[in-house]
Every structure is written in C-alpha cells, then in structure tokens.
Design a protein around this ligand. Structure first.
Ligand SMILES: Cc1cc2nc3c(=O)[nH]c(=O)nc-3n(C[C@H](O)[C@H](O)[C@H](O)COP(=O)(O)OP(=O)(O)OC[C@H]3O[C@@H](n4cnc5c(N)ncnc54)[C@H](O)[C@@H]3O)c2cc1C
Length: 497
C-alpha cells in the first residue's frame, strides 16, 4: 500500500504536469490500449513511464506469468526475508533512486563486506577493516593496477551518466548502439564488441590483478569469465564499489509500487503469441492492432492493442512468445546461476584457510576449481531484523553455476546447517563480444525493452531501457521524429552534457 505523504503529492504534481506537457497537439489521438509483457523492474518501470508520457486515458495492461518482480525476489529463512535475485543498487542509479522516493519507500545501505579471494589453496587477498592497510596490500601485490582500473571505470561511468540528460530532454534511441554512441561516440559502441579482458589489458592491467580481482568479480556478478563484453564488465566493476544500497523490505516492492502508481491493469497469465491484425473501421479506414494471446491456468484469452512492449528476455525455455511475421531471430542463451541461502558456519578450511576468519565475502578465481562462484554474509531486508541465531552461525548467500546438493553443502557447512533456500535463475545473457545487441524496435509499435540487457543486465539498465522505449513509442506514435536517434543536439543540451 502506498502511503499518501507530502513527497508523494509533490511527485504526483510533477508527474501530472509532465504528462500534460508531453501530449502533443498534433491532432493524432493517443493510443487506447498498450500491453507490457513482464512485470519485472523493466515492465513495471515501462508502465510508469508509459503513463507519464501517454497520459491518463490510455489503458495499460501488464502480463505476468509468475511473480511480480521477476528477477527481484525475496525468500524467507528463519522468519526473515532475504534478497534472492537482484540485490544492490549503485548510488548513481538515478531512476531507481527516483522510484524509491516517489513511492515513499526507503533506501537501505548495504553493509560493506570484507572480501577474501580464494585461489583454491589459500586466500590470495584478504581485505582489512583499515582503508590504509588495504591500499598498501593492493599496491604490494598488484602495483598500481587498482588505480588504473578505478580511473578507467570512472571515466566511462561519468560519460554513461549523460543518459539521464538525454532522457530528461525527451530523446530516445532505436538501438543500444545508437544510445551508446550518443553517450561516448564510437569508443562506447566498441565496448560491447570487445572483451573486458582486452579493454583492461590495453590500459596495462597485469595478469595477476586480472586473475585475482577482475575475474572473481565477473564470476560473482555474471557467473562468467573476462571474455564478457567490456561494457557489462565495466558495469560489473562499478557494482563492486561501496555505498551500495537496497530497498527496505525488498527491491521487488519497487515493481508492485510502480504498477500501482501507474494504475496498470495486471493480467496474471503467460503470453503465448503476439500477432499483427488488420481491422476495417466503419468509415472504411483499416487499422492495425496487435493481438496478444495468453494462457491463465486452464483458460486462454486474447486482447487487442495499439502498442506492445516486450519486457521479458526472449530466450527459449523461458518467455516462449511466438511473434508472427518476425524474420530475424531474437534472444539467445542465458546463463544459469543458483543462489543458495544457508544459515550456518562456513567452513573456511575448504578454501585452504586456517585460523580466525574475519571476511564476510569470498570470491573465487577461475583457477580455483571451486564449485562455487562466491559467498557472502547477507542481511535481511527488514530494518529491525535481529540476527537469526547466535553468532557465528550467519545467513550466507552462496552463488554457484549448478545446484550445490547435499554433499557439496556439507563440505561448505560441515557442522550442519539450519534452514536452507535455493533459487535457480537464468540470470543474464551469456555474453560474448561477438554478440549483436538486438534493436529496441521489433516492428512498427512492437518494442523489445529487454534488448538493453544484451549490453548489460542490471536493474538500472532495465529502467533506462523502459524510459527509452516509452519515449520511443510516444514519439513514433505522435511523429515526433526529431526526438529519435539525435545526430546533432541543441547547443543548450550540448553544453549541459
Ligand atoms: C542472482 C542475481 C543477482 C543479481 N544481482 C543484481 C544486483 O545486485 N544489482 C542489479 O542491478 N542487478 C542484479 N541482477 C540483475 C537484475 O536482477 C536484472 O537485470 C533485472 O531484475 C531484470 O529485470 P527485467 O524486468 O528486465 O527482467 P525480469 O525480472 O526477468 O522480468 C521479466 C518478467 O517477465 C515475465 N515473463 C516472461 N515471459 C513471459 C510471458 N510469456 N508472459 C508473461 N510474463 C512473462 C517473467 O516471469 C518475469 O517476471 C541480478 C540478477 C540475478 C538473477
């Protein structure tokens, strides 16, 4: 339930004024019905931005075959809720920040974990509580690689922030390549076409830092190697920073909140196909609609729409939506990742460690041969939650490419474990620099928001893609073509950027 507060009223006023300002007087009637397929953060933010740009008269239906939130989900262990999917949000993720504020939710600082890196035989790096000690350790072992990497990440991150300016001025892009070009020219586009390994080698990052720091972060965030594209690699390194936050009560609350505030109509059903249909009107004019077919338990149904937004990854075995008349293949392979929450005492000798152990997060190198990608102590989503049992038993979130099974679980937690929960995800695209990022426009008035995920998969990327697709749908409907794929920006905007 969204509380009525002064902040909400303020954002409501901003929203209404924007919606009114955005509806142009071209004489074109607004669309009557828009479908959004998927109620994860992409679909929910699409509903929000569609309402903002198309105004209150359009009917927005959101189809969801499973739970609202998609890859944002919590689970209960010993009476407390914990994040099982997308967890941390960067302080510069401005859409997520605005959603939380608008919905009257609360940001919660995610505790900084003390990191240890295992190569299978020992911890090759162990973080300290003392900043200065960490700096000395990093320079001692890796020279200035840490500084080089940080400067590289910051220079791209800084340019990436331009997207908010473009979007605030109502610009949209038909492909990720064009969007990236707008942010940083060819250099940015090339980021999706070569690997993070190549990009970091070019700035002089050595093998040891690559193996012991960069690779474990890629494994932990995406379950993949340093062969993933440099853009998603950069995003992954950004997410290793401090001051990350989560939403109090669970990130998925943003999805349900956005659907509620957008007055979207949630249809619990699985979309099976999207088909374009032509219908003659009484006046002899012929109009084209999209017919969205869906199943809901034993029942099936269909509805007709002016515009359809696909906010679900199009890969076989998951969304399974048939698109009639689409010739190009869309989607690709997704990376499986298993999240296991375990209440227990982690066996650090499995990682070759002897003696007292302070770290609260473990990453593993590719050479470690470990069956886990990493593990960290995880906090509950509720603000006043007490620890689930006397220390040192804690709730560990273990990430692995496959389910752990009892035997592996007992190697990690030999003294036994309390409650245990498991989530099996198709977590993100299986990235390769050879990938072609699919376009946002599948056909006239049929949009694919999740295309952005082929550049990088994060909550904020989904929200950015949602805003982009809502603007694109709006401008194409009302023929505001000057606001699409801008080559030259107005001078005022150029100086602001
Ligand atoms: C383990 C894990 C950890 C992560 N950690 C982070 C993190 O710390 N920070 C971060 O920013 N990101 C993280 N991510 C990534 C982030 O969670 C995703 O990028 C984001 O949630 C994707 O949102 P989405 O709406 O695009 O897709 P989804 O959340 O997948 O939503 C798509 C929705 O569409 C529905 N759907 C699919 N097909 C159909 C159909 N045919 N009919 C109707 N409905 C359909 C699905 O059920 C689903 O609910 C993580 C992801 C995972 C799995």
């Amino acid at each position: 339930m969204v509380k009525v507060t002064d902040a909400n009223l303020f954002f409501l006023a901003v929203w209404l004024s924007r919606a009114i300002a955005e509806t142009p007087s071209t004489g074109t009637a607004p669309p009557r019905r828009i479908a959004v397929i998927g109620a994860g953060i992409g679909g929910a933010s699409a509903a929000h931005f569609l309402r903002q740009h198309f105004g209150k008269s359009v009917k927005i239906d959101v189809y969801e075959s499973e739970a609202v939130g998609g890859r944002l989900a919590t689970t209960s262990i010993s009476g407390q809720e914990y994040e099982m999917g997308g967890t941390t949000i960067h302080p510069l993720n401005l859409h997520m920040k605005e959603f939380v504020k608008m919905l009257g939710l609360k940001e919660r600082l995610h505790p900084d974990n003390l990191l240890a890196v295992s190569d299978g035989e020992e911890f090759v790096f162990e973080e300290s509580n003392w900043f200065i000690v960490n700096i000395i350790k990093l320079i001692w072992r890796y020279g200035l690689d840490f500084v080089r990497m940080k400067m590289w990440v910051e220079s791209y991150q800084h340019r990436f922030m331009k997207i908010y300016r473009y979007q605030a001025h109502g610009y949209s892009f038909t492909t990720m390549d064009k969007l990236l070009h707008g942010l940083g020219g060819d250099e940015f586009v090339q980021m999706t076409k070569h690997s993070i390994d190549e990009a970091l080698q070019k700035i002089g990052i050595g093998h040891r830092f690559m193996d012991e720091m960069i690779t474990p972060i890629m494994r932990l965030n995406y379950g993949q190697s340093v062969n993933i594209n440099a853009f998603v690699g950069m995003m992954s390194l950004v997410s290793a920073e401090s001051a990350l936050w989560t939403v109090e009560g669970g990130n998925k609350l943003v999805c349900s909140g956005l659907l509620y505030s957008a007055k979207a109509n949630l249809i619990k059903g699985k979309v099976t196909s999207v088909e374009s249909k032509q219908r003659p009107l009484r006046n002899g004019e012929v109009v084209t609609f999209y017919e969205v077919n869906y199943t809901a338990g034993p029942d099936s149904g269909y509805n007709m729409y002016d515009i359809v937004i696909v906010a679900a990854p199009l890969h076989s075995g998951k969304s399974e939506i048939r698109f009639h008349d689409l010739t190009q293949p869309i989607g690709g392979q997704y990376q499986p990742m298993v999240v296991t929450l375990v209440l227990g005492r982690l066996n650090t000798s499995y990682f070759g460690h002897r003696g007292p152990f302070r770290p609260t997060a473990i990453t593993t190198t590719a050479q470690s041969g470990s069956f886990i990608l990493g593990a960290s102590v995880t906090p509950p989503v509720a603000p006043d939650a007490r620890p689930p049992s006397p220390a040192p038993a804690r709730v560990w979130k273990v990430l692995s490419p496959e389910p752990l099974g009892e035997e592996r679980l007992s190697r990690l937690f030999p003294t036994g474990h309390g409650a245990m929960r498991e989530a099996r995800w198709l977590a993100c695209p299986r990235y390769s620099p050879a990938d072609v990022v699919p376009p946002f426009v599948l056909r006239d008035r049929l949009y694919h928001l999740s295309a952005a995920e082929w550049a990088a998969s994060t909550m904020e990327m989904a929200a950015i893609a949602a805003k982009n697709v809502a603007l694109l749908a709006h401008h194409r409907w009302f023929q505001r073509l000057d606001k699409i794929d801008p080559d030259a920006l107005p001078q005022r905007l150029k100086t602001e950027l």
